[in-house]
Design a protein around this ligand. Structure first.
Ligand SMILES: Cc1ncc(COP(=O)(O)O)c(C=O)c1O
Length: 412
């Protein structure tokens, strides 16, 4: 399969070809999040589509950004990132995951996790290399793999628990495989890979000498007493893993785009080689503010997960009473539902386009997170975000329940 044949994760199906666009990006269209957020604004709907909180982060972090702006930290920060932030990232990795990284050359600050992932893929891959990636997948993965001239080899996570089949994973790895791209806690399914699944990926990575890029942006959003495990902590893995994360999800500052990559110096240098020609640097005054966030006491991180767990429970029970079959997430701030009891043809894309008009709620059709070859797996699934005020969640549930009764669903 060539990159051009791939359906973009996150793109709109059926977008007509643009003669000016590089063949690497043909078929990717524009991201679904832009379309659905624009639809939410146009229809004055409750936006449970895009994953951003409708409330602010901790006041200490916000104040630190204001102080940084007022005290003149408004010019280009150093290429690898503000030293104090790199030190705070290092302390954070040690405190929470017992991973040790040297702030001088094992940590790189990026424009969100998105740029760390792009930098990793552009900096590490040769044309024709293959990347094994868990599917459904975050929308930028396939586009960046294609931009790097490489080929995505998706391994599908299956409901209800959204685990992978180890044999499928083994079969996906070929002599051309260079990178395994892991995301746990996982967007959009809310799956949290356990130590057995991570061990399985790690064993294969070691056996086949692969690099692992581990997207951990939801590292602090794990529920029901489970904990996040970074694959870099498994024996033999630190030396072959780039851990990617960001402050957006943890501190409700998705618009600040402060991310990072941590790993052995040579892997980080490869990311930096690409990153310096993408943004060079970004988010100057927000970098010291995220450093303040990373040094908040444990209670902040515990409270973040507890609050989102109660929002999850609220939305899950509301969606169940509106008639959806719900896959209860163990992490992240997303929940996936099967729409077929409300819409028997199972067309999640059309459902999401019609939903704002029907009841003023926006969700994201999971089909866009799958490779075209596997889109049947996600066609009838829709993702809703619960990083929203309880009033927003309650109104969305009321609207969905009323809609469900009107369309002859099973509510009530
Ligand atoms: C799995 C995953 N990775 C990366 C990102 C991007 O993170 P950032 O906003 O820090 O670029 C997101 C954002 O939604 C995500 O869900």
């Amino acid at each position: 399969m060539s990159p051009g044949e791939l359906q973009s994760g996150g793109s709109q199906p059926g977008t007509s070809p643009n003669p000016f666009l590089t063949s690497k990006l043909q078929g990717f269209g524009s991201t679904i999040f832009a379309e659905m957020t624009a639809l939410a604004t146009r229809t004055n709907s409750i936006n449970l589509g895009q994953g951003f909180p409708d409330y602010d982060g901790p006041v200490e972090v916000l104040d630190a950004a204001v102080d940084a702006i007022r005290s003149g930290q408004n010019q280009y920060p150093p290429g690898p990132g503000v030293l104090d932030l790199r030190m705070a990232i290092s302390e954070h990795q040690q405190r929470f995951w017992n991973l040790s990284y040297d702030p001088t050359d094992e940590i790189l600050v990026t424009a969100g996790a998105t740029e760390a992932l792009a930098g990793a893929l552009l900096g590490l891959l040769e044309t024709g290399d293959e990347v094994v990636v868990l599917e459904p997948m975050y929308d930028s993965y396939q586009a960046c793999i294609a931009l790097a001239g490489a080929v995505a080899r998706p391994v599908t996570l299956h409901p209800p628990h959204y685990g992978f089949d180890p044999d499928e994973l083994r079969r996906a790895i070929t002599p051309k495989t260079r990178v395994v791209l892991v995301n746990s806690p996982h967007n959009p399914t809310g799956a949290v890979l356990d130590s057995e699944q991570l061990r399985c990926i790690a064993d294969l990575a070691i056996e086949r000498d692969l690099i692992v890029v581990s997207d951990e942006v939801y590292e602090h959003i794990v529920f029901d007493g489970n904990t996040h495990i970074s694959i870099a902590t498994l024996p033999g893995m630190r030396e072959r893993t780039l851990v990617v994360s960001s402050g957006g999800k943890t501190f409700n500052t998705t618009g600040w785009k402060v991310g990072w990559a941590c790993g052995p110096a040579e892997l980080v240098a490869a990311v930096r080689a690409a990153k310096q020609f993408l943004t060079y640097v970004s988010s100057g005054p927000f970098q010291p503010a995220i450093a303040v966030g990373l040094r908040l006491p444990d209670s902040y991180f515990i409270e973040l997960a507890a609050d989102l767990q109660s929002k999850r429970d609220r939305l899950v029970s509301g969606l169940q009473s509106a008639g959806f079959d719900v896959f209860i997430p163990r992490g992240t701030y997303f929940v996936t539902v099967d729409i077929r009891r409300l819409r028997p043809d199972g067309d999640g894309y059309t459902f999401c386009r019609e939903l704002p008009g029907l009841c003023g709620v926006v969700g994201i059709p999971n089909v866009v997170f799958y490779d075209r070859a596997h889109e049947q797996e996600g066609r009838h699934m829709v993702r809703f975000a619960f990083c929203k005020k309880t009033e927003s969640i309650d109104s969305a549930v009321e609207r969905l329940t009323a809609m469900s009764s009107r369309v002859g669903g099973i509510a009530g």
